[in-house]
Design a protein around this ligand. Structure first.
Ligand SMILES: [Zn+2]
Length: 372
């Protein structure tokens, strides 16, 4: 890029009169001018310096789902303005302005949208935040949307991906917004209990009550380059502890270096990375070349024993135990598929085999109780 590229937009603005000003966007990191189409094609990443600008939730979703196709669900209606809050403006007015600005007025939408569709052919539920809607702040409606996303994931037996872009809890809803922190944590727990993956894709910024609740609970924590991720702001911390914080503190890269984030992934590679990660986590179809621990006759033994059901108990138990090990390695998420078959073939002892992972916590609990 030369000085000519820098000056071109200014000349064009002089020559042609009715050029809307927003055709060129100035990169906040390197001050280069970028043509808006080029910027959109590049998913709002500066082509000169790689700076990741904020992107609208729907635009992001279109870039993640297969063929850009996804369906939004309408989260349950939440109480609006329970505190009748007013600062310089009424909270209801602020909401209305934000809804008008983000095109969410008809649906009464809020800062989070819930969408489902497929990524790499796998069903996925996504809860994405729109920072342009009141700073992506989490109030009752956002909490409601996140819980709805988690329940939809459980219902569809699909992984959940959260994409926070939020300044934290919504001040206008006072303590009710803080209550969304435990609510979303419980929602994550529901996904976990259903043995489904939960991925947190932290974008700029992921701070306050959002980072202090579900955002940091991902089985896999992914962040976008340069994203600010933290709880309190740097200045607040410095004032409190009276110490200078290191450079790059609370950036995605810093958190990655210190083990709080698993990967920092550029936006262009995000879809591929998510698909690859989900494939590792769910394996919708077990690969054909599963290597069994023992040759075929031993695997066939429990099935052969099914009609007879008279084989030595101890032997059938150990065999099914061994099989469950190989199977759980080969197809961790194939529980529903193998469940009924395993139940039939098992009869007594092996019946618990397929359910074993899900039932494990209960078993432990009852074991503890028995111990007491
Ligand atoms: Zn730039």
């Amino acid at each position: 890029m030369s000085w000519l590229d820098n000056i071109r937009p200014k000349i064009r603005a002089l020559v042609t009169r009715e050029v809307p000003e927003n055709l060129w966007v100035k990169c906040p990191a390197c001050d280069q001018m970028i043509f808006h189409r080029e910027l959109d094609a590049n998913l709002k990443v500066c082509p000169h310096c790689g700076h990741h600008m904020r992107i609208a939730a729907r635009e992001r979703l279109a870039a993640l789902f297969d063929d850009g196709a996804f369906q939004e669900i309408e989260p349950p209606k939440a109480v609006v303005d329970p505190l009748k809050f007013r600062d310089r403006k009424r909270y209801t007015e602020r909401l209305r302005d934000a809804q008008a600005a983000t095109g969410a007025r008809e649906s009464g939408g809020d800062a989070a949208i819930v969408a489902h569709g497929t990524m790499g052919g796998m069903k996925v539920v996504v809860a994405a935040f729109d920072f342009s809607f009141m700073g992506g702040s989490m109030g009752i409606a956002v909490g409601e949307a996140f819980v709805a996303a988690a329940r939809l994931a459980v219902l569809q037996q699909a992984p959940l991906i959260a994409i926070p872009a939020s300044g934290g809890a919504r001040m206008q809803e006072g303590i009710l917004s803080l209550m969304q922190m435990p609510r979303t944590v419980v929602a994550v727990q529901e996904v976990r209990e259903a043995r489904l993956p939960f991925i947190s894709l932290m974008t700029d910024p992921t701070t306050g009550g959002v980072s202090a609740s579900f955002a940091m609970l991902g089985d896999i924590a992914i962040a976008e380059p340069g994203a600010t991720i933290g709880f309190a702001g740097k200045r607040v911390i410095e004032d409190t502890i009276r110490e200078k914080l290191p450079d790059g503190f609370q950036s995605a890269e810093y958190l990655h270096e210190h083990g709080m984030v698993d990967m920092v992934v550029p936006r262009q590679d995000m879809r591929e990375t998510l698909i690859r990660t989900l494939r590792h986590l769910i394996r919708p179809n077990p690969p054909a070349d599963v290597v069994r621990l023992k040759p075929a006759p031993r695997i066939a033994a429990p099935k052969a024993a099914k009609p007879a059901a008279a084989g030595p108990m101890a032997e059938s138990v150990t065999e099914s135990g061994a099989e469950s090990v190989t199977e759980s390695v080969a197809e961790p998420a194939a529980g529903p598929a193998t469940g009924p078959a395993a139940g039939k073939s098992g009869g007594g002892a092996p019946a618990g085999k397929a359910d074993a992972p899900a039932a494990a916590p209960e078993a432990e609990e009852s074991g503890e109780k028995a111990g007491d």
